[in-house]
Design a binder for this molecule. Sequence first.
Ligand code: SAM
Ligand code: SF4
Length: 337
Amino acid sequence: MIDRYGRIIDYLRISITDRCNLRCIYCMPAEGVAWKPHEEVLSFEEILRLCGIMAGLGIRKVKVTGGEPLVRKGVVGFIAKLREIRGIEQVTITTNGLLLEEFFDEAGDAGRTLVDGVNISLDTLDPERFSRVTRTVPDAFARGQGLPAILRSLDRVQSLGIPVKLNCVPLRGFNEADLPGLAALARSANRAVRFIELMPLGSANSQESIPGAEVAALLERVYGPLTPYPGKLGNGPAEYYSLPGFAGKIGFINAVSEGFCEHCNRLRLSSGGILTPCLSSDTGMNLRNMLRGGASDAELRAAAAELAAQKPPSHNFSAVYEREQTKHKSGMYHIGG
Ligand code: SAM
Ligand code: SF4
């Protein structure tokens, strides 16, 4: 699909659940999250049908996300079926990493080829800050859960030969001290560590972002000059750099200070079946109602194409910041980060 600004739309991010086993302070409220009732969540069969239709429209790459995608039962079998859809060339997941060991245990020998890449979110390497940012019990470290489980998974995914990217959201007054250590995870191993600017969604306005340029300057003071990497890593908007002596790359997603919309290639499908053209969209196309109302493939295809045609030229996050409020009440866990 090519939208009215000439962008090729070939990437679909699917949130398979809005539920999560963590409560990151910038993503979800501490309590009182109203989960979508089960009957409002698309079944795997419904998602697979939509993906087949979207593949017919030119979607080639799919990201499975959430909420936390690995809390949904049957996710291994779902991903295996997703891979079989004609036209889908790449399937990746974004996860907080807590259940990755179980995921690969269940996948068994198929694990090596089940996904083409794993993004793991990790905002700190400090156990105490980890439990604060994720609002988890502080003794999880002692029990080998939480942060240790994520670090074990990191090695396991890497040992399977699956490309890994780490995502960190820098928060002022919270994890500045962790940023060099997180970046260093790309020193001895060929993995990407990416720093994502906080976007004004959901619970984000309780935190202050650190612009990517500031993070870059901090890393340069510790490790030396960042050299732009001309190659492409993955499907996202990150700009990648090399650091002296680093096997992997450092990425920046400067979503707010710089924007990345000019080359945006994606649509998003929420767990409730709403197809949206942009992270900052307030509205979308309710494909669940269409699916359950008996729409034909041709009707669903036309609806998805119409939605893609409405893709805005850019997000409106800067305007949101100027008004000093979080316009978008939905957090990333709702939209599908
Ligand atoms: N639970 C999975 C995880 O944490 O990776 C997948 C969903 S999560 C919503 C996807 C990504 O969105 C995570 O890397 C998280 O750090 C990021 N995220 C959540 N809220 C954000 C915000 N307001 N601004 C920027 N990134 C955010
Ligand atoms: Fe859950 Fe991911 Fe949001 Fe953290 S960022 S609360 S892990 S959905």
